[in-house]
Design a protein around this ligand. Sequence first.
Ligand code: ADP
Ligand code: ASP
Ligand code: MG
Length: 437
Amino acid sequence: MDCIVTKFGGSSLADAKQFKKVKEIILSDSKRRFVIPSAPGKRHNKDYKITDLLYLCHAHVESSIPFDEVFKLISDRYKEIVKDLGLDLNIDDDLNIIKKNLENGFSRDYAASRGEYLNGIILAKYLNYEFIDAAELIVFDKSRNLDSEKTNQLIESRLSNVEKAVIPGFYGANSLGDIVTFSRGGSDITGSLIAAGVEANLYENWTDVSGFLMADPRIVKNPKTIEKITYRELRELSYMGASVLHEEAIFPVRKNGIPINIKNTNIPKDVGTFIINDFTNINENRTITGIAGKKDFTVISIEKALMNYELGFCRKLLSILEHHNVSFENMPSGIDTVCLVVSDNQIKDKLQVIVKEIELQCSPDSIHIYPNMALIATVGRGMTKSLGVASKIFTALSDNGINIRMIDQGSSEINILVGIENDDFEKAIQAIYNSFV
Ligand code: ADP
Ligand code: ASP
Ligand code: MG
C-alpha cells in the first residue's frame, strides 16, 4: 500500500491554529498514514520553545530551585491547545505525572522528550489516529547510540498492521526502558527512521519555509528555493549549518532511496524541495546548489619543511587531539603545512596544552593560531562540470573586502570550503549568493 510518513516541526504545531492546518494537510491525502510531531515551537519571535522550557525545568530541579512557574508555562500551553481544539481529552493527568517524575529526579532526556510525547497524544486524539510511543520503537544502546538494526525491526513489526498512527519525534529508549533523546532537532531523524522502517514511498518534512533555500533566510533576503537536491549535497549543507533538516536525518531514508520533500505548513501548495538519490540525473544548469556556514572555529596552522617525508607526522598530530578528546572539523594540507580546524566548543580551554604537546611531539617549524573563524561551504553537484567556481567565490569575497584565511576543496568535489573571520560571516554569505544568483 502506498504510504507517506509526515513529520511536522515545532512551529507547525505551536498552537491550535497550526494544529488545524496540520490536520487539513494530513486528511487531504489518505496515504499520510504515519505522523511524527515535534514539541510546540515558537508562536512568534519572542516566544519560548516547549523543549527549552523542559530543559529549564530539569536544570531547576538539579539546582534545587522550585520550577512551578516554568512548568506552568508548559502546562498552560498544552491545556490551551486542547481547549482551543475542543478536544475531549484530559491532559492534566499526564502533566501531573511528568511534574512528579521531574521532582523525583528523572533524567534530562526524559524531561526534554515530554514535549513531543504530549504533543503526540493531543495530535493522535485530534486526528483520531492511534498513538504509539516512540519508546517502543526507537532503541538506543548504553552509550546513547542509536541501534539502527533493532529500531528498524521494531518499526517494521509493530507498524505492519497499523493503519494510521502518530509517533512522537526526538526520543526513544534504551534496553532498561530509560528515555534517550537525539540531539536538538532530532524529530527529523525519527521521521526518517519510521519512513525507512515502513518502506514509505515518501518522507514529508513540514516546516515554516517553502523548502530548502539556497542560503539561510535569516542572512539572505528571499533566497531562491532549491527544487531538487541530492542526499550528498544536502548532507554537506546541513552539516555546515543549514538547520532546516537535522544533519543525520538523511541516512535512514538514503539507504532505501526514499525521497524527502520539505514543505511549508503555512503555504502547503508550494512544491518545496525534493531530496533525491545521488545518481538521479537532474537536468539543470545551475552551478551551485546552496551556501551554508558555521561560526566559532579555531584554526591551528602547523608548518614544517618536508613534513610529507616524516612517517607518522599526522598520526602524532591526531593522537594529541584524541588524547584530549577533541575531534576536528577539517584538516586541509599543503606540502609543508597542515591546518587543524576545530570547533570552539570542542577545544574549549584545552588550546594551550594541545599546542604545547604539538610543539614537543611534532617539532614543527612554526604554529599559528587563528581564533574566531567561520567556515562557509558552497555546495553544488554542478561544480564538477564548470570551471572557475572557486575563483568566482574568491573574487566575490575579495571585492567585498573579506580576507580568506583558509581554502579547502578537499576530496569532496561538490563542496568548496573557505575560512573567514566570524565578523565577516553574514557579509560573506551574501556576497557569494549575489555572485551566483
Ligand atoms: P522545524 O521546527 O519545523 O523543524 P527548524 O527551525 O528546525 O524547523 O528549521 C527551519 C528553519 O531553518 C527555517 O525557519 C530557517 O530559518 C532555517 N534555515 C537555515 N538555513 C536554511 C536554508 N538553507 N533553507 C531553509 N531554511 C533554513
Ligand atoms: N523539540 C526538539 C528540539 O527542539 C526536537 C525537534 O524539534 O526536532 O530540538
Ligand atoms: Mg527542525
